[in-house]
Design a protein around this ligand. Sequence first.
Ligand code: GAL
Length: 694
Amino acid sequence: MKNYLYLLSIFLWMPIIALSQQLKVIDNDKLMEIGTYYYPEQWPENEWERDIKKIKDLGLEFTHYGEFAWSTMEPEEGRYNFDWLDKAIELAAKHNLKVILCTPTPTPPAWLTNKHPDVLIKNSEGRIIQHGGRQQASWNSLVYRNYVEKIVTMMAKRYANNKTVWGWQIDNEPSHYSSFDYSDNAQKAFRQWLEKKYTTINNLNTAWGTAFWSQTYNNFEQIIIPNGKETLQKPNPHAMLDFKRFTGDAVSDFVLWQQDLLKKHIPAHQWVTTNLMADHSIVDPLRFKKLDFVTYTKYLVAGFDMGHGEQGFRMGSSNAIGFANDWFRNITGTTGVMELQPGQVNWGWYNPQTMKGTVRMWIYHVMAGGNKFVCNYRFRQPLTGLEQYHYGIMQTDGTSVSTSGEEYTQVAKELRLLRKEYNPEATAPKSYSDRKTAILYSTDSRWDMEHQPQTFQWDYVKHINKYYKILQSFVAPVDVIDETHDFSQYPVLIVPACQLLDKKLVARWKEYADNGGHLVITCRTGQKNRQAHLWNEKLSAPIYDLIGAEELFFDMLPEERTAHIKMDGNNFKWNNWADVVKPSKNTEIWASYSDQFYEGKAAVTRTKSGKGSVTFIGVDSDDAKTETVVLKKVYDRANIGTENLPEGVVMQWKHGFWFAMNYSSVVQTINIPANSKIIIGQKDLKPAEVVIWK
Ligand code: GAL
């Protein structure tokens, strides 16, 4: 009897134990899982099993279906067909693959937009974006949402209890290809958004400063979306900022609303995410925090990114994956890479081959960033459609493995080795964690500066990446964070060009420094309040106490011109931006301008603040030399040791492993301590090679 009660009590507890295990969004014990996209609807049914079996045979662990298959799921309004998807999922199950299912909402079928052309978006030129591509439907259309609700609910109900379904992706890279929506649906939703935010039109007039150029509105109905194609000058910057915020909200709302639809039916262990392009300005990944987690997509070699050295264009920049890892991981604490470039693509400026080994190096870079999975885009090279020349794991014949397929296969094999050595609980070496640095990302500042850059040479993303790259050479672990994070866990906090702020944020920075943190603030910070108004005080006045300034102004140069500063007896150049500082009495001057009419004025300052320090870097330069020596000095003064990796080399610690990757165009020798165990690779790395040790 006693035994029986004991068993019963275990039995009663089981669901709770199971649930708490399920709530861990993704298994931690696998190190990282690898999968690939497959489109059953794009291939003859008699090839599905061959292909799906091959995915498994190559060592991959999951596949991904559905995001562009609406017209196959619902060929005519109300006539649903999921038999094909059932079968594809069964085949995945048979071959022991998990499935990520995706809602098909980036591709409304022709019948839908034909019947309801009002769901289509309108671009800034006033053109309606038609069927024939993708992402043509407005996130703000209630009619569209109605159809979305039906298809998403059908999918959720049908696959909620399917054990093969691992998790869900919503939509695909929701972004409208960085085009804003000016449709009637967007106009209407924008007005409602404004009315909710401002309640009265007078509040809006004040916030937008509409007395300037007689832009005053009498009611919300008069407001039209600010559109530079319809005005002779750039539109009102405050209206523009609100429009970007509105658009950011519209896209995240569309995705989160779909998550709610799914979660009405799916069990807790099926997670929900979406995949964002980390670099696109229209979406703000921080607005997706209510998802289980956010994933990113990454394509590095497409003729835009020259990387490092002569062959860099075949590997991409060393900070592209790193920055995305360190940003997306910090949004909800977990991330994965939903799409990784498989090799040569078709849509680039030009489309070079990737250097042998590059895809494998990228996969390891993703792993070194703590991602839970990486999904290759895509298994088979398509024979039709706009991405005909886009590599897959398989070549056009469907049976021969491509060069990048070979790299995936190699990683799949190596992963078995790594899993044996993997310790999710391992703690980072102290010298490494002592260098832990946060970079504060400010979406509003980026958006506002993109509208009013002041100089064509200003680029927020480049500016922030410059600091990231320097930290990479220091071998510092980086978290890219937003204001909601606790700053106190970071010995160093870098605040790049945080133009929009309030005094509370400045007070938090002050407290951080007073408590021993080392704060680095860069140019353009603090010029405006949250509404993007200049302060009714001197320029950037709210940060004067913090940085030890009495006042400042800024300067910029014509293209191809450089000016100079002097620091510790050495000369440095700047070219993009200069905040020229009049320091207060006790401020240390680390660098001064050595030419121009303000020669002798401060360019870099440093003040003590309680137990910590505040360093202000007024210049932005293309060669990043000033920025590098200043940061080095900050870490030296704080007694934080740093490394000095050559450009293009990345070294990171994660899960008990050290990873080093060579994105440079020459052989690099990695300094691996003698008592280490090398698990993969060797210390001399040719371009695109990797070494992993512990
Ligand atoms: C991604 C997109 C995929 C596919 C891929 C091609 O941006 O999400 O659907 O088009 O590019 O490289």
